[in-house]
Ligand binder design. Structure first.
Ligand code: NAP
Length: 267
């Protein structure tokens, strides 16, 4: 995505083979940032496996990538179900014979509001999907990378909502803060094997998750944009571009970092 003089996205950056020949696993790939990543990684030469719960969305994105000449497939997977997470990662190895890179991006939001207003069931659900899910996925991915490509890279999607107190989305923020910690721990643990692990922390990004938040708390997007030096929300492709770079060999000395992709909001 290139931007014009007023910071408005104007067109897609030309692909340069950033992920040529890599087998990539992407969660939350049916829509939003994950779907943008699936399209981008495929344009950059990766064979991609898309995972999420909604088959119709996965199928649509997969078909779009294939129609554009890319290699893509999908697997239905619930991040709250350990067996389905492991099976989804293994499917990448079945399909492509290897796993080189993984983008653990799927997550759920929470109803906005003070933490005492959240039900225990919602608390457990947000933790299962946003924290245990990436932990399960990373474990399966490390095993698959070790067994096949030997070296590789993983990117987890955190959020700028993890960086400070988060009164509107407190449990979501806590799970994302925990993802930062798991990312750093994994980077230290697996660095000696040549497996890099990083996180991206997106700011305001125009996806269903953000629009849902804005519907429940009207004015949210406007308020966030007013606090953003670039003065606008991100297109999902702009977030995917950062993940692509971190998964590529072009970031070969970067591991254990949480990269803000937030238009400067937290600068
Ligand atoms: N949009 C923003 O402003 C923003 C800002 C910071 C961070 N983020 C993060 O960016 C990532 C992508 O979010 P998005 O904005 O693209 O949201 P989105 O459009 O709602 O997409 C979320 C994706 O995650 C999948 N997902 C949700 N629950 C799942 C589960 N239990 N099992 C498997 N997949 C599941 C969804 O598919 P199904 O529902 O079909 O399973 C969907 O494909 C998330 O980690 C989010 O926390 C977003």
């Amino acid at each position: 995505m290139l931007v014009g003089m007023n910071n408005t996205p104007i067109t897609s950056a030309a692909a340069s083979g950033l992920l040529t020949d890599k087998a990539a696993f992407i969660t939350g790939a049916g829509r939003g940032i994950g779907a943008a990543a699936a399209r981008l990684f495929a344009r950059e030469g990766a064979r991609v496996l898309l995972a999420a719960r909604t088959e119709a969305q996965l199928m649509a994105v997969t078909e779009e990538i294939r129609a554009a000449g890319g290699t893509a497939d999908y697997v239905v997977c619930d991040l709250a179900d350990p067996a389905s997470v492991r099976a989804a990662v293994n499917r990448a190895v079945e399909l492509y014979g290897r796993l080189d890179v993984a983008f653990n991006n799927g997550a759920t939001g929470q109803p906005p509001g003070p933490m005492d207003q959240l039900s225990e069931a919602d608390f457990d659900d947000v933790c299962a999907v946003n924290l245990k899910g990436p932990w399960l996925a990373m474990n399966a991915e490390i095993a698959a990378i070790r067994a096949t490509a030997k070296r590789g890279a993983i990117v987890n999607t955190s959020s700028v909502g993890s960086l400070t107190g988060n009164p509107q989305l407190p449990v979501y923020g806590a799970t994302k803060r925990a993802v930062n910690s798991l990312t750093e721990s994994a980077a230290v643990t697996y660095g000696p094997e040549g497996i890099r692990v990083n996180a991206i922390a997106p700011g305001t990004t125009l996806t269903e998750m953000l629009h849902e938040w804005d519907e429940r708390s009207p004015g949210t997007i406007e308020q966030l944009n007013a606090r953003t030096p670039l003065g606008r929300a991100a297109d999902p492709d702009e977030i995917a571009q950062a993940a692509a770079w971190l998964l590529s060999d072009r970031s070969s000395y970067v591991t254990g970092t949480v990269l803000r992709v937030d238009g400067g909001m937290y600068a």
